[in-house]
Design a protein around this ligand. Structure first.
Ligand code: F6P
Length: 319
């Protein structure tokens, strides 16, 4: 491998810049040429690549978003689009590609790898829904944003003896809700991985209220339903009117935590080293603090297991 490219794709996440920086600087350190692809796979199809040097990634480790920008590209879902993408890279003499993104981005990397391009995936998403890695880049920051919001909500809920429903992102994965809920002492955590019973939630709120716990926080993962739906369901069951907060894209912005910056730095450097060793069609991750690679084909065809132990712990502690 003499020349590689890097792109960010799908929904952005905090720490993507730190990952781009690590890929570029590690590649240059090892004497490779490195190109940044603008706007994900869309930019690849538009031949929108620029050569990166040490200064192209200066002053970005602390910045949210992605300097390479990102897009969700329909054309790249077609075999013709994928063929075109592979040709653009070949024509430029680029033999390796690092793709930073979530599930959809990995599918694209998988296709390119089958067309002979050496690819490495890095898990860049706030959702933490990628299997074969304990954490994805951006998850830690998103969770800390949710925890901060819940702390603020709890202040005013306590003053007014009210309940609050906080709807968080995560697509089909409940990890943001679970980790933020546990870390903020939420009374109820609703996630798509565990069936829930609104009668039970409403009864519990009523009992808590009667026994002196006069405020509560319910965290809802968007994959399990909307905050509005749950709030309405609770009101019709027990007459209480929880206030609903939808945190939305706030969860995807801001400066990454040190955990996300370090994870991104480790994985970015690891991806470059793996490409240099001749590895391809792999996704990089961290399991029990060890950097690992897994066949990307396996990653895109596996559902991430839900951490029931942590969920049960949150249940036990939230009485
Ligand atoms: O995958 C990241 C994510 O933020 C999800 O949590 C959310 O469901 C989705 O992207 C939102 O997508 P968009 O930014 O296109 O509205």
């Amino acid at each position: 491998v003499k020349s590689i490219a890097v792109l960010t794709s799908g929904g952005d996440s905090q720490g993507m810049n730190a990952a781009v920086r690590a890929v570029v600087r590690s590649a240059l350190y090892h004497g490779l040429e490195v190109y940044g692809v603008q706007r994900g796979y869309q930019g690849l199809l538009n031949n929108d690549l620029r050569q990166m040097d040490l200064r192209s990634v200066g002053d970005i480790i602390q910045r949210g978003g992605t300097i390479l920008q990102t897009a969700r590209c329909k054309e790249f879902l077609t075999p013709e689009g994928q063929q075109k993408g592979a040709e653009v890279l070949r024509e430029r003499g680029i033999d390796g590609l690092v793709v930073i993104g979530g599930d959809g981005s990995y599918q694209g990397a998988n296709k390119l790898s089958k067309l002979g391009i050496k690819t490495m995936g890095l898990p860049g998403t706030i959702d933490n829904d990628i299997p074969f890695t304990d954490y994805t880049i951006g998850f830690d920051t998103a969770v800390s944003i949710v925890v901060d919001a819940i702390n603020k909500l709890r202040d005013t809920m306590t003053s007014h003896e009210r309940s609050s429903i906080v709807e968080v992102m995560g697509r089909h994965c409940g990890d943001i809700a679970l980790y933020a809920g546990l870390a903020s002492g939420a009374e109820t955590i609703i996630v798509p991985e565990v069936p829930y019973d609104l009668d039970m939630v409403a009864n519990r709120m009523k009992e808590n209220f009667a026994s002196g716990k006069r405020h509560s926080i319910i965290v809802v993962a968007e994959g399990a339903g909307t905050g509005e739906e749950i709030g309405h369901g609770i009101m019709t069951r027990c007459g209480m009117e929880p206030r609903v907060t939808v945190l939305g894209h706030i969860q995807r912005g801001g400066s990454p935590t040190h955990n996300d910056r370090i994870l991104a730095s480790q994985l970015g450097d690891f991806a470059v080293r793996k490409l240099m060793e001749g590895d391809s069609g792999k996704a990089c991750g961290i399991i029990n603090n060890e950097l690992v690679v897994t066949d990307i084909d396996r990653v895109v065809n596996t559902k991430k297991p839900f951490n029931m132990e942590l969920y049960n712990l949150a249940l036990r502690l939230s009485q």
